[in-house]
Design a protein around this ligand. Structure first.
Ligand code: MN
Ligand code: MN
Length: 461
């Protein structure tokens, strides 16, 4: 890759490329504005899949329908993770072409007993999820998204703070005039996790009860959502930046939004996947939860959810045996997509310029990730990287390689190492991001376009 601008994807775009790029990124911006939690993403992904002709695997299994080449199915895990299958012409045992990305993003979660009153104001107590700079979450408009599961089996969906006529929330910061002690603190202590409490009210009810402001909030919650204080015990409510995703820059070449890690890779993988009709090797698109906290739990990549869904699909196709499934997994190839760090000239000291990703230079490949000597990394095979280069070169897709920052500057991991446990070829790739994990992250529209092209090329290979 050349670091002068001759490699910049924007320079090579025709009028039609620009039109396609704009359509794609406009719909991506809508997706980001609509889908701020893993559950909301899952709902939208399923709706998009159904529109593209995908059928629910549960219905296929219960009806005893036989699956064959050309059939398309999806499986959902606990409303938070999705696996899509596009059955190919070749037998499963030859392996699948798998796209993977995650749909959970860093945020604040409400605690199970969140509501309290102090100083005549009502607050919701939170516990942050994933790696955040806590000081970035104060003094910005916030929205509440999630579900409240009630004991009668109903699930109340909550979304407050996105519509023009809805209120928003915030976490206050100390005024600069009184911040001399705070400003002396290290950045990781300037705002403590336990003080990330969301301001939700200040009107007391007329009563002699304790905590009249909190009582008033409870009254409103009951009126609007028919929920009691105890219902928070069985709720999953996420506190996220309020408002829509936007185009960024005078040239409108970038996207500014919450949650682009990793919805930028999830959305582009999905769009490429749904647009791919007839394939030789079975295509799979995995959009998983819990990556930001180590891919744990029933909906994280480390769970058996995908393997179980694959077993059902192979069984419905009359192709299942333990050995056949092992072969299918081992012979598979995967693009494990996640965001990577884009070179940021304002923080140049943490990057190796020669091994950084740049906006507009295409989809990014990380042969390895990890930290402290590649620890925790999936180190992709050179032969596989060569194969991918060939596929992308043949279809004129722009790509670059990078490391997540300088050696020993830090590091990170993705879901790649988990899928590599099956013995399949996996490589990390994705879209470069500025301000990763911040309330508003930045991506390049050209890279989003190139990523989608790369995924499509891979599925057809
Ligand atoms: Mn990620
Ligand atoms: Mn992340």
């Amino acid at each position: 890759m050349r670091l002068d601008n001759t490699d910049n994807a924007w320079l090579g775009y025709s009028k039609n490329d620009r039109k396609e790029l704009t359509e794609l990124t406009d719909s991506y911006i809508d997706f980001l504005s609509k889908c701020k939690t893993e559950r909301e993403c899952t709902k939208e992904i399923v709706a998009m899949a159904r529109k593209a002709g995908y059928k629910d695997l549960v219905d296929v299994v219960t009806s005893g329908k036989h699956l064959k080449h050309g059939d398309k199915v999806y499986a959902v895990g606990m409303g938070k993770t999705v696996a899509l299958f596009n059955l190919g012409n070749e037998p499963f045992e030859n392996g699948m072409n798998i796209l993977g990305a995650h749909i959970d993003s860093p945020r604040l979660d409400l605690k199970q007993n969140p509501l309290y009153e102090d100083g005549g104001m009502a607050y919701l107590n939170t516990h942050y999820y994933g790696g955040i700079k806590k000081y970035q979450y104060v003094a910005i408009p916030l929205a509440l998204h999630g579900v409240i599961a009630k004991t009668d089996g109903t699930l109340v969906e909550v979304s407050i703070g996105e519509e023009e006529d809805e209120p928003v929330f915030t976490i206050t910061d100390i005024l600069i005039h009184l911040a001399s002690e705070q400003m002396e603190k290290k950045a990781n202590k300037a705002v403590e996790g336990e003080s990330l409490d969301v301001l939700v009210g200040s009107i007391p009810i007329k009563s002699k009860e304790k905590d009249p402001v909190k009582q008033n909030i409870l009254k409103l919650l009951k009126e609007k959502y028919t929920i009691e204080e105890n219902d928070f015990m069985s709720a999953e409510i996420e506190v996220v930046p309020a408002g829509k995703a936007r185009s960024l820059g005078l040239d409108e070449s970038m996207v500014l939004s919450y949650g682009q890690d990793d919805r930028v890779c999830a959305y582009t993988s999905l769009v490429a996947f749904l647009a791919t009709e007839d394939v030789e090797r079975t295509g799979v698109c995995l959009l998983v939860d819990k990556e930001e906290i180590g891919s744990v739990g029933a909906t994280g990549m480390r769970s058996r959810f995908f393997e179980n869904a694959l077993a059902e699909v192979m069984n419905a196709a009359g192709a299942y045996s333990e050995l056949a499934m092992r072969r299918a997994l081992q012979n598979s190839k995967m693009l494990s997509s996640d965001v990577s760090a884009s070179y940021d000239p304002l923080y140049a000291s943490v990057f190796d310029k020669q091994n950084s990703a740049y906006f507009g230079h295409g989809v990014v490949f990380n042969k390895y990730t990890g930290s402290r000597g590649k620890s925790g990394s999936n180190d992709a095979n050179a032969e596989f990287m060569a194969e991918i280069r060939g596929i992308l070169d043949a279809r004129n897709v722009r790509y670059q390689t990078c490391e997540l920052g300088k050696v020993d500057a830090g590091g990170g991991g993705t879901i790649a190492y988990i899928m590599a446990l099956y013995g399949m070829d996996v490589i990390d790739c994705g879209v470069a991001v500025l301000s990763m994990h911040a309330p508003y992250e930045v991506t390049s529209k050209a890279d989003i376009y190139e990523a989608t092209k790369a995924y499509r090329a891979f599925l057809l290979a």
